[in-house]
Design a protein around this ligand. Structure first.
Ligand code: MG
Length: 218
């Protein structure tokens, strides 16, 4: 699946790149024992990692420790480069719910060797994603409650008001590096509470005003 849809419409977007922000919530930085980064931690997932709502997560055989990360997703509706914060929200077509699935064992191993860790983040099914709610229907993306349940039990709870960089700042910073094109997706980082998922688990993420996302683990 390389297409995402706007909820309750015929509108769909072909996904280009998926740009992700790491370490954007202080409590998550602390739980991983990481330092507050000097500059934004940015990485990309390929569009081939997308998984539609209700899909099945396939954890690669090279990992024994796949973590869920619940994140607010932004869908770019209007291209731009060097977008200013004051104009940033006008470039968005919608907001969605995403899981930035992460092979924590592989990521830690690669980090310790000073090597890139895309293989921990970009595997097939590593990016479950919901349909998108039109941007105009969300009052303030910087104040939305997020909740992730695994098998009905709450694992992650937070609010986008805890993000170190606002949605506007994220768009400004990323667009200073990459031209943001229509159909690109941005993941905005995860709050604390990340933990291991395993075969048979059922995940449900919800973000206030935005919607929900479900996935199960093969
Ligand atoms: Mg993440």
């Amino acid at each position: 699946m390389h297409q995402v849809r706007i909820k309750n419409t015929q509108e769909s977007y072909t996904v280009g790149k998926i740009v992700c922000l790491g370490q954007n919530y202080l409590d998550h930085i602390r739980e991983l024992g990481s330092k507050v980064p000097d500059r934004a931690v940015i990485f990309c997932k390929p569009a081939s990692s997308l998984l539609a709502d209700g899909g099945v997560i396939e954890i690669p055989e090279y990992s024994n420790d796949c973590h869920h990360e619940l994140e607010l997703a932004l869908l770019v509706g209007k291209s731009g480069k060097h977008i200013q914060e004051k104009d940033a929200l006008s470039h968005l077509a919608g907001y969605g719910v995403a899981f930035d699935l992460t092979l924590r064992d592989i990521q830690s191993e690669q980090k310790s060797k000073g090597l890139p860790w895309e293989i921990a983040k970009g595997f097939d099914t590593a990016c479950p994603i919901s349909d998108f709610t039109p941007a105009a229907k969300v009052d303030n993306p910087n104040n939305l409650q997020l909740t992730l349940k695994v098998n009905g039990e709450i694992r992650q709870q937070g609010n986008t008001d805890q993000m170190m960089r606002s949605v506007e700042k994220i768009i400004a910073e990323i667009s200073a590096i990459y031209t943001l094109e229509t159909g690109d997706i941005i993941l905005t980082g995860t709050p604390a509470g990340v933990s291991r998922i395993e075969s048979g688990d059922h995940l449900e993420g919800t973000i206030e005003q935005v919607g929900s996302l479900q996935a199960s683990v093969a």
